[in-house]
Design a protein around this ligand. Structure first.
Ligand code: ATP
Length: 175
């Protein structure tokens, strides 16, 4: 499926702003145009929701989240930055493991199963993208995802193929 990444980023960002009025959200959009990628729209939404949800969940004093959106000729890059507790070097790989939580005792107060990041990583890598962490304990974290984009031509060919397949599916046999 061909998805407009810019549209999804803006939509998920607007939703978070609405749901968390106590937070300051800043969107740094360097793209300013529609960008197509081959990914299911709901998968991209899910990845962004997991990262934004964590940013909100693990921000303690400074309730601020920055989203930056950039592209080059091949990829889009979306970074979610918080100013929360941060993640130690030793834990930076482990947080992508299923059911891993840095502070187990917190599972009662903050909910969650430790599945979000494992799912986000699986999803993005399934589309030949990547996810990385930069973090400083006590200062916050940046989760960055990168996803290959389609040229206008590639997007057009794929959309056309999909429409054709749908049209064939809708044909009534024998008529
Ligand atoms: P859920 O299954 O609901 O997503 P979760 O938030 O515990 O629960 P993950 O999203 O996989 O699961 O995160 C795993 C762990 O990584 C968290 O428990 C938390 O310790 C740590 N973590 C994730 N995001 C951040 C963040 N932005 N800042 C600090 N720690 C984080």
């Amino acid at each position: 499926e061909v998805t407009d990444v810019t549209e999804v980023v803006t939509q998920v960002y607007d939703n978070f702003k609405m749901i968390h009025p106590e937070f300051v959200f800043i969107l740094d959009d360097d793209v300013h145009q529609s960008v197509q990628a081959q990914i299911y729209r709901n998968h991209l939404e899910q990845i962004l929701i997991i990262l934004l949800d964590n940013a909100v969940k693990y921000s303690t004093t400074r309730k601020e989240v920055h989203l930056s959106y950039e592209r080059d000729s091949r990829n889009v890059e979306i970074a979610v930055q918080d100013f929360g507790e941060g993640i130690s070097q030793a834990n930076r790989d482990r947080v992508f493991n299923r059911f891993y939580r840095v502070d187990k005792a917190r599972s009662r107060t903050k909910g969650g199963n430790g599945l979000g990041l494992a799912i986000a990583k699986r999803l993005i890598e399934g589309y030949h993208g990547s996810i990385t962490i930069e973090s400083a304990v006590g200062h916050g974290s940046v989760f960055r995802i990168s996803l290959p984009i389609l040229s206008a031509n590639e997007a057009q060919v794929l959309t056309h193929k999909k429409e054709q397949a749908q049209a064939e599916n809708n044909e009534i046999p024998g008529i």
